[in-house]
Design a protein around this ligand. Structure first.
Ligand SMILES: N[C@@H](CCC(=O)N[C@@H](CS)C(=O)NCC(=O)O)C(=O)O
Length: 212
């Protein structure tokens, strides 16, 4: 069965969630990021970037990058319905939202949590402020979209892009203005957190904050 290398609440969160939603049997292997296990040679052999998630499939195929893994799993298990049919405009829209999340929001969070990486030890405060503003502008756009065309990013259809969005909203819980302060985003988050798979996910990862 597939093995997910994960850390609680990290970028592996959305992949773990999808595996639970799909009802696919899988194994979990925890990577202790604080202890630097992601930089051990055996882990780097799987994921040279030294980050989670890594998903090792039954056939030995190794998948990295959370957005790409979500897409691959949704394709491999199409009955789960987490992507519109191939070749449709809706599927292109799902890719568009997923890439926006991964290209715009996710890097801004990396800068907010690790500002010294982007700006060096002396300019961290400026980088953090800029990242926070960028996250806020992105939440403005997503909130307006959900208010006009929700309840999910693709309207009535839940897709892997929604799982990615919830994970990133969760990461905003320590920001001065977390995602839950945007009204349409709040409604979306509450609907997503009410899913039994979300509760199972938090239990499995030992997460007590930001529950339904
Ligand atoms: N774009 C990557 C980001 C992966 C990533 O940065 N994961 C973080 C945890 S959220 C990590 O493993 N950090 C460990 C490190 O940087 O040493 C993905 O979505 O898979």
């Amino acid at each position: 069965m597939p093995t997910l290398h994960y850390a609680p609440g990290a970028a592996s969160f959305c992949v773990h969630w999808l595996l639970i939603e799909l009802g696919v049997p899988f194994e979990l292997r925890k990577v202790d990021l604080a202890a630097g296990e992601q930089r051990r040679p055996d882990y780097l052999a799987l994921n040279p970037a030294g980050v989670v998630p890594t998903l090792v499939m039954d056939d030995g195929e190794v998948l990295v990058e959370s957005g790409a893994i979500l897409w691959a799993l949704a394709e491999r298990f199409p009955d789960g319905g987490f992507l519109p049919p191939p070749g449709t405009a809706a599927r292109a829209r799902a890719m568009e939202w997923l890439l926006q999340m991964v290209n715009v929001l996710q890097p801004a969070f990396r800068i907010w949590y690790y500002p010294h990486e982007a700006a060096g030890p002396d300019a961290g405060a400026g980088a953090k402020a800029e990242a926070e503003a960028r996250i806020g502008r992105c939440f403005d756009r997503v909130d307006a979209h959900l208010a006009a065309a929700g309840p999910f990013l693709l309207g009535e259809r839940l897709t892997v892009a929604d799982l990615m969005l919830v994970m990133l909203c969760r990461w905003s819980r320590n920001l001065p203005k977390p995602a839950t302060e945007w009204p349409a985003l709040r409604g979306f988050i509450d609907r997503m957190r009410a899913r039994p798979a979300f509760t199972a996910l938090c239990e499995a990862e030992g997460l007590t904050e930001w529950r339904a």
